[in-house]
Design a protein around this ligand. Structure first.
Ligand code: SAH
Ligand code: SF4
Length: 356
């Protein structure tokens, strides 16, 4: 039997499980201290547990289920990890260095069914959802890597922007958020965590009702239905008439600012006309909006797209600013190491196919 990762349990879930199995309640806090503060990787290292408790844990759970396959280090300090899951599937996790801290980009699914036409992750259909444990473990593996370097560095931010659509794996993603946010665990502040969705309107509303301070980013990429459907087929199920009311509901309920992501694709969605349409679309929520303009990261399989020119990016940005829209151009990380989401994984899968 493949044992699940212990990292998948929230503190309450672990407490309940221990009590059901004849252990004392307080063991849960001790186990979490070993996992998240002392960060051991074997149950037998949890010195203040009795042997029965250690045996129970070993019988039912694993601490590490991911295996590091590749680690690429970029000149700018970005590190991209390719992990192999117990069932042989490959996933990616990226560590990025910012002046405000260390941010990790996590994967939530093996592949993605949303199939956006510009994205390397969507090239392969979803094979399965990740468990909450597998998502937390990505953060833990990066933290263990930092611990081994002994520079006293800590993962301070998380972006749920790796392979997959987090709102298509909603419950596991929520468990993951509760585990990493818990003060007794890694204690990563909710305001330091951002979840990005391609726009599953119903789930945006559910997320608004969660009463959690985690940031939301919506991948918009186009200011009208025709263009958005062309580049993201999810727009057929959730066109702007469904997406924008869900966004409004979120804003009203949480009063938290939303980031709108907008990949700039040369001669596709980067004209002045689209900038004006975007400004109009966001006009009534300007005070709670931020547009993140993303230079397109070329993906071999999607050669119909090119990166917008610098001039087009500057003009688009300028038009938004002129119309009072908060915006910025995303700085790139690790461009020398297959940095675009899903690129390392899709390259590795191709290599494996050639080999076999
Ligand atoms: N599925 C979610 C989260 C993962 S994708 C979503 O779509 O929001 C995270 C971000 O990376 C999205 O904004 C996505 O549009 C962007 N992205 C995907 N492929 C890209 C590429 N080739 N170049 C630049 N950004 C890309
Ligand atoms: Fe999936 Fe996001 Fe890629 Fe679209 S951009 S295919 S939703 S991972």
């Amino acid at each position: 039997m493949n044992k699940p990762s212990i990292y998948g349990l929230t503190l309450d879930q672990l407490t309940d499980w221990l009590v059901e199995n004849g252990q004392k309640k307080f063991r849960a806090a001790q186990i979490w201290d070993w996992l998240y503060k002392k960060r051991v990787t074997e149950f037998s290292q949890m010195k203040n547990l009795n042997n029965d408790c250690i045996a129970l844990l070993e019988e039912n759970y694993a601490i590490q289920t991911l295996q590091e396959e590749i680690k690429q280090v970029s000149k700018d300090g970005t590190i991209k990890f390719l992990f192999k899951l117990k069932d042989g599937n490959l996933i990616e996790t990226v560590l990025m260095r910012f002046n405000y801290g260390l941010s990790v980009c996590v994967t939530t699914q093996v592949g993605c069914n949303i199939g956006c036409t510009f994205c390397a992750s969507g090239l392969l259909r979803k094979n399965r959802d990740l468990t909450s444990g597998e998502i937390v473990e990505q953060i833990m593996n990066v933290q263990h890597h930092l611990d081994a370097e002994a520079k006293d560095e800590r993962v301070s931010h998380i972006v749920v922007m790796g392979i997959g659509e987090p709102f298509d794996n909603y419950d596991n993603m929520m468990d993951f958020l509760h585990v990493v946010n818990d003060q007794k665990g890694l204690s990563i502040g909710a305001r330091h965590i951002t979840v990005s969705t391609s726009g599953l309107a119903e789930k945006i509303k559910d997320f608004a009702d969660e009463n959690i301070q985690v940031n939301l980013a919506v991948s918009l990429h186009a200011p009208n239905n025709e263009l958005r459907t062309r580049i993201m087929k999810i727009n057929r199920a959730f066109p702007l008439e469904k997406l924008m009311p869900a966004v409004d509901y979120y804003l009203e309920k949480t009063n938290r600012r939303i980031t709108f992501e907008y990949i700039l694709l040369k001669d596709v969605n980067d004209h002045k006309e689209e900038a004006l349409q975007l400004a109009k679309l966001l006009k009534n929520k300007r005070h709670l909006s931020y547009v993140n303009l993303i230079p397109y990261n070329p993906v071999d399989e999607h050669n119909q797209y090119q990166r917008s020119t610098k001039e087009a990016i500057v003009e688009f940005y300028g038009t938004l600013l002129e119309h009072g829209i908060n915006c910025g151009v995303r700085t790139e990380h690790g461009t020398d190491i297959d940095a675009a989401c899903g690129q390392l994984r899709s390259k590795q899968i191709k290599k494996d196919k050639v080999r076999s």
